[in-house]
Design a protein around this ligand. Structure first.
Ligand code: MSP
Length: 644
């Protein structure tokens, strides 16, 4: 039976739009779960929203909506974002859901019954504006609030407390006995030092606001937001309900990982295991706390040093570009800086030059020298092969070790070491010189085979990182379906590569100056149309549209344009008594044979033009996406039918 893997992100506060800092955690978990899937695990990925608390109530009030209306809308937007980022989550838990609330209430009552939660008085300096308590040493000069600077007052409030002190020694022992419970090690040391200072019991209820889960036995209290939030990791699996199959399978399974940012380390490293211990639930999870994405002027926040949103980067640059940047740029254990320059450089150097160009060159050479097909050819073996093959053989292990240790940026680095080595192999073997000598045909095939097989293996390891480019690589190289998995990471696993006729280059190079400029404006927020993804619309009237005579036409013949690489010359039947010739700029996207017989849409009354010596009587309609163009097709209609 497959081993199980349960991975979670923190559940996000729906207080504002998610920026690339929060998005990082979600993308990181997505890459890790995809990696585990590649290794044959049975995995489960949980994310969601932390929807209670004073702050949410305030934001909803400010927006003139009820808290539930506010969180419903934020949850909708967040799920939409994760879907656009192709996040492979299995469940999305919201703390306002009944399935969660009942579990939290049960947990609270149980801890109360067994005496781990008790009623006491919370006292401290209270800031009315921030709704927060502070100790004397936290206050600013003149007894003012360290957050807003307003005057604070001494307040005593009835509150329930969780007996952290009772579990302190057990927790310390647990962390000492399990050196890999918290990673990186620096974070583990922080936690140990904090516990050794002694833990105070934790206030776990509030009476100052309503937007939370009510304590069943004392409904003037709502459950403190962290007890509520942390329980999501087990409530989503059905813990404490009649159907706890998922809980049994994944929580008590082989591997459980919580990934969090460093700011919420203590909650996860101290409160959560103590809650579990008190509930007699095994502490099966490993905790990983990553650093922060910062902006040049400090923390990512709208008011301070600017902020950057994932949907903006997605729209302007693409999914793999965003994933690659986020996963590559944040060093293990540390913080990372988001800058427009590094963003554009990563795309241009790593993705376009090193990787995209390597694939494109390989496909082009296989077409040029071998008519699109190369096979394993032992007779062409060369002395340089050995060194190259050695790295090819080592890379999966190095990559896997880093991924297992959650060092995704390092795993990517080892992949790029192989990509660079593969590029170097081209320089060492100079296939264009081998091609000039018929006697070197075997060597040439051996070289191109090595390139293809290295790329195939790179494609397998890229699957968790670059979702679209790894697929494009397999398609362009003609990698067999059964040679795309982890166990096919063996040199020679696929004996022959039949590549496509002409591959669309992946990751076109960006104009550095233009893009850096654009990104700077986005970060500063002084270009709202770019930042929000809206474009100026050039309005057309219905009369403008009515001028066009749109018709169904069937493609009868298609051939390359004699004088232009990008153009094709088509003869189409548009229901008239003669064929029409149309010149179309789609040569990079279609094989001529694949076009014949397609029923497409053309503009019939476009003024005829001559393009590089060929007459064009009309224009076909096609849609363009990133790196891709598709001719519009119809199925049921016949040539000459009109379209309006
Ligand atoms: N609701 C709590 C988590 C409860 S989990 C039981 C919370 N939410 S949050 O929306 O404020 O933050 C969610 C995550 O985003 C946290 O892991 C936080 O560390 C992370 N990040 C927030 N800003 C970040 C960066 N600039 N960079 C990287 N991660 C960042 O905390």
């Amino acid at each position: 039976m497959a081993k199980t893997y349960y991975i979670t992100t923190p559940i996000y506060y729906p207080s504002g739009k998610l920026h690339i800092g929060n998005t990082y955690t979600t993308v990181l978990c997505d890459a890790l779960r995809r990696y585990k899937d590649l290794r044959g695990y049975d995995s489960f990925y949980l994310t969601g929203m932390d929807e209670h608390g004073k702050k949410i109530e305030t934001v909803a009030n400010e927006n003139d909506v009820s808290p539930i209306e506010h969180v419903d809308e934020m949850a909708r937007q967040t799920r939409e974002l994760w879907d656009r980022l192709k996040i492979s989550y299995d469940d999305f838990i919201r703390t306002t859901e009944k399935r969660h609330k009942t579990v939290v209430q049960k947990i609270f009552e149980r801890l109360l019954d067994q005496g781990d939660i008790y009623l006491g008085t919370y006292s401290g300096y209270y800031c009315m504006h921030c709704e927060s308590f502070f100790t004397e040493s936290q206050l600013e000069e003149g007894n003012t609030c360290p957050d807003c600077g307003r005057e604070v007052s001494w307040l005593e409030e009835e509150s329930y407390f969780l007996k952290l002190s009772k579990y302190q020694d057990r927790l310390l022992q647990f962390i000492e006995d399990n050196p890999d419970f918290i990673t990186p090690e620096s974070r583990r040391n922080e936690v140990l030092a904090f516990i050794r200072q002694g833990l105070n019991d934790l206030s776990v209820s509030r009476t100052t606001f309503d937007w939370g889960i009510k304590v069943i036995s004392d409904p003037k209290h709502v459950v403190y937001v962290w007890i509520d939030a942390l329980s999501n990791y087990i409530s989503a699996l059905g813990y404490g309900t009649d159907n706890d199959d998922l809980f049994q399978k994944y929580w008590n399974g082989d591997e459980v990982v919580h990934v969090v940012g460093k700011d919420i380390l203590r909650f996860h490293a101290i409160f959560w295991p103590i809650m579990l211990m008190a509930l007699d639930i095994p502490v099966t999870f490993k905790l990983h706390a990553h650093g922060f994405y910062m902006m040049k002027d400090g923390k990512m926040s709208k008011s301070k040093g600017g902020v950057i949103y994932p949907d903006t980067l997605l729209k302007h640059y693409g999914l793999d570009e965003l994933r690659y940047y986020l996963l590559r740029e944040l060093p293990y254990g540390g913080d990372g800086l988001f800058t427009p320059e590094t963003f554009v450089d990563r795309i241009n150097f790593d993705l376009a030059n090193d990787f995209g160009n390597l694939l494109n060159r390989t496909v082009t050479m296989i077409n040029k020298y071998f008519g699109g097909s190369v096979s394993y050819n032992e007779t062409g073996t060369m002395p340089v092969d050995e060194d190259f093959e050695a790295l090819l053989k080592e890379t999966p292990e190095a990559y896997a070790r880093s991924m297992e240790d959650l060092k995704v940026s390092q795993a990517i680095k080892s992949l790029w070491r192989l990509i660079s080595r593969t590029n170097k192999y081209i320089d060492e073997t100079t296939p264009w010189i081998l091609a000039k000598d018929e006697a070197k045909k075997n060597e040439l095939e051996n070289v191109l085979y090595h390139l293809s097989d290295s790329l195939r293996q790179i494609g397998i390891m890229l699957k968790p990182i670059l979702l679209e480019a790894s697929e494009a690589l397999f398609r362009q190289l003609g990698v067999n379906e059964d040679k795309r998995d982890w166990d096919a990471l063996i040199y020679g696993a696929q004996p022959t590569f039949n590549v496509i006729h002409k591959g669309t280059p992946l990751f076109p190079r960006l104009d550095v100056e233009e893009e850096v400029d654009k990104l700077k404006k986005i970060v500063r927020g002084d270009d709202d149309t770019i930042a929000s993804g809206e474009e100026d619309l050039n309005l057309a009237t219905i009369d403008d549209f009515a001028k066009l005579d749109l018709r169904v036409a069937e493609i009868k013949t298609a051939k390359p344009h004699p004088n232009a690489d990008k153009l094709l010359v088509l003869k189409v039947d548009a229901g008239e008594n003669k064929m029409r010739q149309i010149v179309a700029g789609i040569a990079k996207h279609y094989e001529v044979d694949a076009l014949v017989g397609k029923k497409i849409v053309i503009i019939r009354n476009l003024e005829p033009v001559t393009l590089r010596g060929e007459k064009s009587e009309g224009m076909l309609l096609a849609g363009s996406g990133k790196n891709r163009m598709e001719v519009l097709e119809v199925t049921g209609l016949k040539p000459g039918d009109s379209i309006s």
